[in-house]
Design a protein around this ligand. Structure first.
Ligand SMILES: Cc1cc2nc3c(=O)[nH]c(=O)nc-3n(C[C@H](O)[C@H](O)[C@H](O)COP(=O)(O)O)c2cc1C
Length: 141
């Protein structure tokens, strides 16, 4: 997908509601891939313990609309926006929505941080990395 004049990114964390099953996660990913492709959104989702961290990027109107749906989704709660801003290029142009471990997400974000020369992206990635604390992915090490 190409760079767009109104490209923005946003990351948030939230807490899964009690009783969330693997099947629920599969359904979330399935609908996400279909919708995101249609709305030119790319990104990643990590789920560890009962915490979600999601990074989404795309046209501002698409991201605003997705955030509206996410805030009303009863499969999670306590949604907190961690970072948001404008971009020129996508970090994850080929991912409609991929589920990755927090450990993998950490590695990818560090790599992206090394490669970017956009000040806003450095700030956003640094904030996101600070949230991916080792205790979230201890099982993967
Ligand atoms: C943690 C989490 C992440 C989600 N990520 C996305 C996403 O990337 N894209 C998407 O379209 N829906 C995502 N959803 C699902 C939306 O909240 C919503 O259910 C879906 O977009 C369908 O909305 P609608 O029923 O209003 O059409 C996610 C839900 C959760 C709980």
């Amino acid at each position: 997908m190409n760079a767009k004049a109104d490209l923005v990114h946003l990351s948030y964390c939230s807490q899964a509601c009690t009783g969330l099953q693997t099947g629920d996660l599969d359904k979330i990913l399935e609908i996400s891939k279909t919708n995101n492709h249609r709305h030119q959104i790319t990104g990643l989702l990590t789920y560890s313990g009962d915490i979600f961290i999601q990074f989404i990027e795309g046209p501002k109107a698409s991201i605003d609309h997705l955030m509206y749906r996410l805030r009303g989704d009863r499969r999670h709660k306590n949604l907190i926006v961690l970072s948001e801003g404008r971009d020129h290029l996508r970090l994850l142009p080929d991912w409609d929505m991929e589920l990755v471990s927090a450990y993998e997400a950490h590695q990818m974000l560090r790599e992206a941080l090394r490669e970017t020369d956009q000040y806003g992206t450095v700030i956003a990635l640094s904030r996101l990395l600070a949230k991916l604390q080792p205790e979230l992915y201890r099982d993967a090490e």
